[in-house]
Design a protein around this ligand. Sequence first.
Ligand SMILES: Nc1ncnc2c1ncn2[C@@H]1O[C@H](COP(=O)(O)OP(=O)(O)O)[C@@H](O)[C@H]1O
Ligand code: SF4
Ligand SMILES: [Mg+2]
Length: 356
Amino acid sequence: MSDSTAVDTRNDLLEVEDLRVTFGSPGLRGRGRVLHAVDGVDLRVGRGRTLGLVGESGSGKSTLGRAVLRLVPIRGGRVRVDGTDVTALRGRALREMRRTMQMVFQDPYSSLDPSSVIGESIAEPLREQERLTPRDARARVAELLDVVGLPASHADRYPAEFSGGQRQRVAIARAVALNPSLVVCDEAVSALDVSTQNQVINLLEDLRGRFGLSYLFIAHDLAVVRHIAHEVAVMYLGHVVESGPTDRVYDSPAHPYTQALLSAIPASHPCDAGTGKRMLLTGDLPDPANPPEGCAFVTRCPFAMDVCREVAPAVTPVEGGGDVACHLQTTGPALAGRPLGAGGVGGVDAAPRVAP
Ligand SMILES: Nc1ncnc2c1ncn2[C@@H]1O[C@H](COP(=O)(O)OP(=O)(O)O)[C@@H](O)[C@H]1O
Ligand code: SF4
Ligand SMILES: [Mg+2]
């Protein structure tokens, strides 16, 4: 998406501050494993805007999305929606808040009951929250199917009777049924072929314009994200390592990890960062229960310096918009050097391994 207008932070719908989510427990005498899935994340999504959240599998994207909706326990930090701190909401207030935030998953089967006709699945939240009569619910379902480009007669079909793209349209209809302000799309188009991806993205764009929705759009595929996101945040091992306007991040990535991810987009793709250099991302994501000291990316970074092994880099502004957490921003590239031995990044013209 080419619109990279400066964000008016007073108009943010979602504000996430120093968010932390852990799994596991320290156990007796601290000998258990604590996995830091989200480790001090800050991000904002403007009203009617789309923030793309990218990063390798296991970097914490889904956990972050689920924490925003309070679907996993929050260990620390703040989530504000429309100015309200939702971190500590309980009971009825939490249910009310959840109505304003919905999630669309990669696999619509997780939100659609295979044994119910889709009209039932779409009507379920309406009946629960708005206490509609069966007749009114049916009319509303027909309206929602129309909104997502499906005929009303499809209400009587089962999920298995739909194609992948149609099922995702049904899941979107269900998500927008209660007029949410934020929709978290977690790999929502990742399982679809390219032309169906484009159709579903066009639908999401259409709905954003019609209903003023904001999206947190999670995807491991950077090419997809460029088409829909106004801003992008790049996640690595529980941290946001770079964020900013989509065009700036894609055209001038500041973090070595972002550069490596962008190198994974085939050169012929129009979204190629165009640096002419391919960066090979080797090695695996470190164990989030045992992260490296200093910079999280140090075990795979070709520019790692001594300081990177000891001190976590501060977040600093980037020319052209956004922020990056990398010592190169403060010490300058002249001090960078010494490719790491094992697990380093190097090489030219080889596609990096970036797992979905
Ligand atoms: N319910 C859970 N219990 C324990 N560990 C989890 C749970 N959910 C996610 N994780 C771990 O948290 C880390 C981040 O996972 P996830 O948020 O799914 O990443 P992503 O969506 O970027 O692939 C991974 O190491 C994953 O194994
Ligand atoms: S240069 Fe240092 S701080 Fe920057 S990404 Fe590499 S290891 Fe991290
Ligand atoms: Mg995920």
